[in-house]
Write a protein that binds this ligand. Sequence first.
Ligand code: F1P
Length: 341
Amino acid sequence: VDRVLRGRIDDRFSTVRLGGLNLDAREARGVRRVKILGCGSAYHTGLIGAQLIEELARIPADAEPASEFRYRNPVVDPDTLYIAVSQSGETYDTLAAVQELKRKGARVLGVVNVVGSAIARETDGGVYVHAGPEVCVVSTKCFTNTAVAFALLALHLGRIRDLSVADGKRIIDGLRKLPEQIAEVLRGEQEIEKLAAEYANAKSMMFVGRVRGYPVAREASLKLKEVSYIHAEAYPASELKHGPLALIEPEVPTVAVLPDDDLLEKNRATLEEIKARSGRILAVAHREQEKADHTIVVPRNEPELDPILMGIPLQLLAYHTALALGRDIDKPRNLAKSVTV
Ligand code: F1P
């Protein structure tokens, strides 16, 4: 996280410098909509990025799996800014989506980790994530850094569009706190290892979150599937009552992402629905949750940045669950470093 922030924050003016963006102020002011494309973890960081851009720059934004987008003859709109996200920069579905967009005359930026990769080359500009090489196949630190890169991009767009400087300063202060807070989360690893041993016998796992918690729930569920091979589902918390509650039973525990924001009461009501069906609950929250069987407590930061910190203990949970089950974490089955087909 230090690396993605380094040299990019100007404290005097509470602004952000993104040298490679290649989007001048006039172009940035003309953006009516942002569409983010990526696959797997990159898509999930896109969901976080879309929320950050809506919250901090007030531009309508959404994310879609690039692997869907490229097959559906999408309407390409000149006032939409397209952003492709990729750790490797080589994922073929994402690259194909970028090429399709370029063919149709769209402006496409990249949020990419590997410098000089195919997606970095094909895009018109963008932000490098500087997470360093992902030594294992699954994306972990790159997920975190990409979310930080999106916070910087959202701040930048917000500032150009004359949104509150005070808000910018608040988020910048929050970003600066992240490295120490991440270290604090990592110091809780032993606790998470014990929890992983407790939940590793699950038949399946449910992950839920609402708004800022939802992309975290999706990513945590993907991480668990990728490395432990436990079946997992992720739902927006309010979707549970539209069918999936039927799956809840003691052998199907739920991981609930519960930031201490204005949705906490709603989220607690979801926990009650799960408890009423004898479901076990592991919460990730800013304070102990009495309705949960266990809580992993993470430090508080600015609410918009919650997805960044809350994802990390769940990466550790997936890692230790895989270890407890004797899986080869660095070589998960059926997963390539970059999916080039
Ligand atoms: C996308 C991705 C990863 C996943 C695995 C397969 O990669 O789906 O999220 O962990 O490595 O590919 P990328 O486009 O971000 O490199």
